[in-house]
Design a protein. Structure first.
Length: 208
């Protein structure tokens, strides 16, 4: 595949969407072929799965069901959108990917990174990002941002307690330590402009 696959990860309210939107604008200004997308979602079937997973009323959802739904949405999104875009030579910027499942379902839900990794190996069939930016923020800071923001609906995962979100952050940092070849930590507690500049600089490195 001739394109470039870049993913953005981080706990709730890390500022991923805000900064991603700015990066896309900047790269489009440079006339680069950009596809911006997100997980779970990005295409109709995966957006439908997203609404089932994140629906606050689905309190009975089993943790393994949750992990399988994320993996199913991921598979469909890859096949319908990400892989064709990469084959066409695009730069694909994706808000969340498999590291989210490892951190949220593997570690915070307690299913195990290895187990969640296995079902995702089946879903992604070898497709991995060349670069993953980890927007690191303490959960209390990220959650406060979400609750202050009027337009963002609070979803089923946001409602987990602080210790869940602390496990997510810890798991991400562990993943970054173990995957230094592709993961870069961005200090997402800085002011937005600094976060944007740091993220853009990392992307410029892989663009060459
Ligand atoms: N560096 C920053 N400092 C302060 N506030 C910020 C910063 N970056 C983003 N925000 C604000 O925090 C809120 C959450 O940002 P955003 O939706 O981009 O985060 P996110 O990582 O996509 O969150 P989630 O994954 O939980 O949906 C928004 O109101 C946004 O304006
Ligand atoms: C891909 C993926 C996501 N999640 C969680 C993380 C968030 O709580 C929501 C997605 O909401 P966002 O506003 O788009 O960030 O889903 C997860 O637990 N596992 C995953 O694989």
């Amino acid at each position: 595949m001739s394109g470039l696959f870049i993913t953005i990860e981080g706990p709730e309210g890390a500022g991923k969407t805000t900064v991603l939107d700015r990066i896309v604008k900047e790269l489009e200004r440079r006339k680069l072929p950009i596809i911006q997308t997100r997980e779970p979602g990005g295409i109709a079937i995966a957006e439908q799965i997203r609404s089932v997973i994140l629906n606050k009323e689905n309190t009975a959802m089993d943790a393994r069901t949750e992990a399988l739904l994320y993996a199913a949405a991921r598979r469909q999104h890859l096949v319908e959108k990400v892989i064709p875009a990469l084959q066409a030579g695009a730069i694909v910027l994706c808000d969340r990917f498999v590291d989210s499942s490892l951190a949220y379902q593997g570690e915070a839900r307690g299913l195990g990174m290895h187990e969640v990794g296995s079902i995702n190996d089946f879903a992604i069939d070898g497709v991995m990002p060349s670069l993953t930016l980890l927007f690191d923020v303490r959960p209390e800071v990220g959650l406060a941002r979400i609750h202050q923001h009027d337009g963002r609906e609070v979803n089923r995962l946001d409602l987990e307690d602080l210790s869940f979100h602390e496990k997510v952050r810890k798991a991400y940092l562990k993943l970054a330590e173990a995957n230094k070849n592709r993961m870069v930590i961005i200090d997402a507690e800085q002011e937005e402009e600094r976060v944007f500049q740091d993220a853009l600089a990392e992307i410029e490195k892989v663009l060459g």
